[in-house]
Write a protein that binds this ligand. Structure first.
Ligand code: ASP
Length: 440
């Protein structure tokens, strides 16, 4: 039978009621064999995540302050879950060890990782699944990078010895045995690593939304859920800030062609979003898969008469950027002009010096910088075959009387980027979305 690996996020495990939903989901399908757990997250908007409570304990200990109250709150959260699940089980001994380690200045990553460690222990107990500590199956190299070879060998062996298991997310161990965590939200990465090590057919990432949305819900009311998206499209949208999980979680599963299914613990019947290496299925009734954007860009415009006849002009301009360690996003060119779009932040301390160098090295007639530019990416594999997509985008924006500052079509033909003034960002994004998605 094909193996499914499931990862549950913090809100899916925030209290006993959520644990019950999680258990029901796991038990509904015998292929759901390996489960990765985040630490209990927020139960309501003003609540504090266990991970943040633990970081707080670490800080208090570092300032030589008493941790009794702060750590007591952590214990109380877990004890309530254990009690409300009706488990005959105590974490007292674990609490004692952890509290002592914190008081003796254990490392920050160790302290933070105990959130998933304790939470996963409870889940294993509740499901009656074996517990596999990530410490003995997920490894980092000395330089702190993820050690894929050592991990897949050890974790693969640990998993193959067990039909079912719960693995805590977020951390692994260093060559000297100390605990190291991934960056925040890193249980998504653990889930992907376990899926890869188990040679799973599917990685289910259970969260509190019914999939990835076609646009930012703060700008578009009730945007549609994306039913299928390719890894490449996801990268394009994620780069523009549309995220549904940790960006680095893509790599382990992408290499092994394991699809990811984003699902909602609170609405398990919803199909969610499938993230696939490739798909021949086009988005249902729109040619775009999603639209996302970001503010905070600047456009450097360089003018030079007869630039088009000068071989090496672009190289000289980009060479200056390279010397300043600035990476560029887009570089649309005209006959006598070239623009380079960069993050405004990258120009913060070097605007004047950069302008001077471009003047000098490229022998430019003029160099100007415009700030406050927002970029909007219209992404979709369907665009390769469809005609007139760019026209629809431009018309939609023009109808709102918004001026387009830049346009660029990616060479893969699966994205179009438009630059507008930051003030026009919301209007332009809404216009583009509605040009492709007609409400039913
Ligand atoms: N608990 C960790 C965090 O809050 C990791 C995770 O939830 O993925 O960042």
């Amino acid at each position: 039978m094909d193996i499914k690996v499931l990862k549950f996020g913090g809100s899916s495990l925030a209290d006993a009621a959520q644990y019950k939903k999680v258990a029901e989901i796991i038990r509904a399908d015998p292929a759901r064999r390996y489960v990765v757990a985040s630490a209990p997250g927020k139960r309501f908007p003003e609540d504090t995540k266990i991970t943040d409570m633990l970081y707080r304990c670490f800080e208090l200990a570092a300032q030589k302050q008493n941790i009794d109250e702060a750590f007591g709150e952590v214990e109380a959260r877990y004890d309530a879950i254990i009690r409300d699940l009706g488990l005959d089980f105590s974490l007292e001994e674990e609490y004692r060890k952890i509290r002592m380690a914190i008081e003796h200045h254990a490392g920050e990553d160790y302290v933070a990782s105990r959130g998933e460690y304790l939470g996963a222990m409870i889940l294993a107990k509740y499901l009656d699944f074996p517990f596999i500590d990530a410490e003995s199956g997920i490894f980092f190299r000395k330089d702190g990078t993820f050690d894929d070879r050592a991990t897949y060998k050890a974790l693969g062996a640990l998993l193959s010895g067990k039909a079912y298991a719960v693995v805590p997310g977020f951390y692994g161990s260093m060559p000297n045995g100390t605990i190291k965590t991934f960056s925040r939200g890193g249980s998504d990465i653990t889930g992907a690593i376990v899926a890869r090590a188990a040679e799973a057919a599917l990685y289910e990432n259970w969260t509190d939304v019914s999939g990835m949305l076609m646009a930012d819900p703060r700008l578009i009311e009730n945007p549609r859920v994306i039913s299928e998206i390719t890894y490449r499209e996801l990268r394009e949208l994620a780069y523009m800030g549309a995220t549904v999980m940790h960006e680095e979680a893509i790599f382990p599963v992408r290499e092994a062609c394991i699809p990811i299914n984003i699902r909602n613990t609170n609405a398990p019947a919803d199909p969610g979003t499938m993230i696939l290496s490739r798909t021949d299925r086009m988005p249902m009734d729109t040619i775009i898969t999603g639209v996302a954007g970001r503010k905070g860009f600047s456009s450097i415009t360089i003018e030079k008469d007869r630039m088009n006849t000068e071989v090496g002009f672009g190289r000289k301009v980009l060479g200056v950027l390279e010397d300043f360690h600035i990476s560029f996003e887009h570089a649309p060119t005209g006959i006598d002009t070239m623009s380079v779009v960069v993050h405004t932040e990258a120009l913060r301390d070097c605007k004047e010096a950069l302008i001077g160098r471009i003047f000098h090295d490229a022998n430019a007639d003029s160099v100007t910088i415009d700030d406050n530019i927002a970029l909007i990416a219209i992404v979709g594999r369907g665009m390769v075959r469809a005609k007139g997509t760019a026209g629809r985008v431009l018309t939609a924006i023009a109808e709102q009387d918004v001026n387009i500052r830049m346009i660029d079509q990616g060479s893969g033909e699966n994205n179009i980027i438009v630059g507008v003034s930051e003030d026009d960002y919301d209007t332009a994004l809404r216009a583009i979305y509605h040009a492709f998605v007609r409400e039913a």
